[in-house]
Ligand binder design. Structure first.
Ligand code: COA
Length: 321
């Protein structure tokens, strides 16, 4: 038994923050942001709008696209680094809003790889027959944990949510998923405080995402190159078999490096970084949904999804759509 993607969905908050808006907030330029990252604009959650609000909208869109009712869902996993509250987890929050009772529902934290981890786990539940309809979400309100006076990071991130519904199938579907981490790189990209260690005063400017961008960049390019090889080898496939690359949307230059590794023209790479910025766990499912809904990705296409993020964590999935 395999799992296959039955439907996809996404939701982006209404407010758009452009590079020109950022020019008025920190010492930066549209030109610097565009040439170094590819980002032109990003969406930012409204005051009071939470990760669960975004996740619920994306989940409903994916459930509609799958042609099922919310109550058909029997497994919920939400990858997020920015949950509404410590608990109930965001999975439970959207379970309640969707009117579902009793099924497995949990949140999972693997930074920008959160959706890849969630997909890998949900795939195993569907394959084993334990779940018939799994809702897999990546959702973030990263804007709440970046310092809006730190130009090194605030220009990079955005908010949003993406979701897929998985169902059982006789043929793949999801061919393989690959999940990795290396905690030795924890100090290159991190959020310094939390419930157990203690929060600083958010207004003090100490509690925000911190990153050694240059070093993250180098490890990301190398690591994503390796996971692409691993994914192809596991399936005895040549890189020419991939129809679409759906990468984590952190930086256009990292994406271009992975595309070069696969000898893929950029027309076969789904790019949303210009419009979404880096939305962490939400980035891959939102990019997937964009290309499914605009008709580029069709049933039968071979997709390679990949992500890399803080931890470090990284993951990939090879999918016959
Ligand atoms: N606007 C203008 N200048 C900026 C800036 C901004 N928003 N942010 C940094 N700079 C400056 C730096 O202060 C530095 O100035 P200096 O040379 O006077 O010291 C200069 O630009 C170059 O900084 P550097 O960090 O070397 O730039 P870079 O080419 O490495 O690009 C990133 C920075 C963050 C875009 C790049 O390193 C990157 O994308 N890294 C990966 C980040 C990422 O994807 N993280 C998430 C992974 S999930």
């Amino acid at each position: 038994m395999f799992s296959r993607i039955a439907g996809t969905g996404r939701y982006l908050p209404e407010k758009v923050l452009t590079n020109f808006d950022l020019e008025k907030m920190v010492d930066t330029t549209d030109e610097w942001i565009r040439t170094r990252t590819g980002i032109e604009r990003r969406h930012i959650a409204a005051e009071g709008e939470t990760t669960a609000d975004l996740a619920e909208r994306a989940a409903r869109a994916a459930i509609d696209a799958a042609g099922i009712e919310p109550t058909d869902i029997d497994f919920i996993v939400v990858g997020t680094t920015t949950p509404d509250v410590v608990f109930p987890n965001v999975g439970c929050l959207i379970q309640e809003r969707l009117g579902i009772r009793g099924c497995t529902a949990f949140g999972l934290e693997a930074a920008c790889s959160g959706f890849m981890y969630a997909l890998g786990i949900a795939d195993k539940f569907v394959r084993s027959g334990e779940s018939k309809r799994a809702l897999v979400v990546g959702a973030e309100t990263l804007s709440r944990i970046v310092s809006w006076s730190d130009r090194d990071t605030c220009v990079l991130f955005g908010d949003g949510a993406g979701a897929v519904v998985l169902e059982p199938a006789d043929e793949a579907g999801i061919l393989s998923t690959h999940l990795h981490a290396d905690g030795h790189y924890g100090d290159l990209l991190f959020f310094p405080s939390g419930v157990s260690k203690g929060f600083n005063d958010l207004k003090s400017g100490k509690d925000f995402v911190q990153m050694k961008g240059n070093e993250v960049f180098k490890v990301a390019v190398k690591t994503l190159g390796r996971i692409v090889d691993e994914t192809l080898e596991k399936n005895s496939l040549d890189k020419s078999a991939i129809d679409w690359l759906i990468p984590h949307q952190a930086n256009i230059r990292i994406i271009q490096a992975t595309a070069r590794k696969l000898d893929m023209p950029m027309e076969r790479v789904v790019m949303t970084v210009q419009d979404h910025g880096n939305t962490s766990a939400a980035s891959v499912p939102m990019a997937l949904d964009v290309a499914v809904r605009d008709g580029r990705i069709r049933r039968g296409d071979m997709l390679l999804l990949e992500a890399f993020g803080g931890g470090f964590t990284w993951g990939s999935a090879l999918i016959r759509y």
